[in-house]
Design a binder for this molecule. Structure first.
Ligand SMILES: [Zn+2]
Length: 324
């Protein structure tokens, strides 16, 4: 997996600079909330913010990269930086108790101590409650940075104690331009048009993952699934790639089908000269079928074995029944 640095992710430039500014002018809080998905590099921004705080020769544009603190961070062993990540699905109370305990000790490098909590929405209730007191009175020179993918799942008692960093998500067009600048887009067609690769963002999980898909065979596989679903739903017969979907690929294949069904309803509800818009009742049923496909995707994550071909065939038949 290619590992992007924060200065390679243009949508993080502005929030990063804003954080540096505030810190440089001494107008910073001791508890921050970064409501920026990991898929967009939210965890990387949290680490850059920690570096801003720990750097001993901070410049107006960010950490110096040369002081002892910066070197320790680059080596991945700064003694005054603590990173908490979920243990399994949750961040557990013992992890937070240990962290709070450590934060009461003196800094080894004589500066600040910083704790980053990654995927903070995964704090379980006990852990969140254990964190409250430290969030309220973190102690001198202690800074907490909470990165979350869905702040809606955080307790209001947590979010209200943090300063939220303003962030504007990149649009699909921003992402397409970024991928072009990384030279990851497929070659333009004969008319000089580049193909929009952002259609599968929700399948892969974000721009960083899409960049990885494009640099491997994965993106091509998704594209083949999309073409083959279109063909199979039209003819009623499973096309090549869907006849031999492996158990590792089935979730991808079904996610692509879900997108296709959603797209189908959107397109067919527009009135066009050459055809009737889709009957609303049929529309609702296709949407419902999409819902079933999604549910199956979640189920498959814990299912040991599945007849992928039969599953694909089943959805093709269901679709044909609804639309013919
Ligand atoms: Zn430095």
């Amino acid at each position: 997996m290619s590992d992007y640095q924060i200065d390679q992710l243009p949508w993080l430039a502005e929030p990063h600079q804003r954080f540096v500014d505030q810190h440089y002018r001494g107008k910073t809080s001791h508890a921050h909330l970064f409501n920026i998905d990991r898929a967009l590099g939210g965890d990387k921004l949290a680490k850059a913010a920690a570096q801003t705080i720990l750097c001993q020769q901070l410049t107006p544009v960010g950490a110096c990269g040369q002081c002892k603190s910066c070197l320790l961070l680059a080596a991945g062993n700064h003694p005054d930086l603590y990173i908490i990540e979920p243990d399994g699905n949750q961040i557990k109370v013992d992890q937070i108790r240990q962290l709070c305990q450590k934060l009461t000790q003196t800094a080894q490098q004589g500066g600040a101590r910083v704790a980053i909590i990654v995927d903070a929405e995964r704090l379980n209730l006990a852990a969140a409650n254990a964190l409250l007191k430290t969030l309220e009175e973190p102690g001198d020179d202690v800074v907490l940075i909470l990165q979350t993918n869905t702040s809606a799942q955080l307790l209001a008692t947590i979010t209200s104690r943090c300063q939220t960093l303003k962030f504007i998500e990149p649009t699909k067009l921003d992402i397409q331009h970024w991928l072009a600048a990384q030279q990851l887009l497929p070659a333009a067609n004969a008319e000089g048009k580049t193909h929009d690769v952002t259609w599968c963002l929700s399948v892969v999980g974000g721009p960083l993952a899409l960049a990885n898909s494009l640099s491997s065979q994965h993106y091509q596989q998704l594209l083949t699934f999309r073409q083959d679903w279109a063909h199979s739903l039209k003819t009623g017969h499973l096309s090549a790639s869907l006849l031999k979907v492996s158990e590792q690929q089935i979730v991808d294949a079904l996610n692509v089908l879900y997108l296709y069904l959603r797209q189908y309803v959107l397109k067919s509800s527009r009135v066009k000269a050459d055809r009737q818009p889709l009957n609303p009742l049929v529309q609702a049923k296709v949407i419902d079928l999409g819902g079933q496909v999604m549910k199956m995707c979640h189920k498959l994550e814990t299912m040991p074995s599945v007849n992928t071909q039969a599953l694909c065939q089943q959805y093709v038949l269901a679709f044909r029944k609804l639309t013919n």
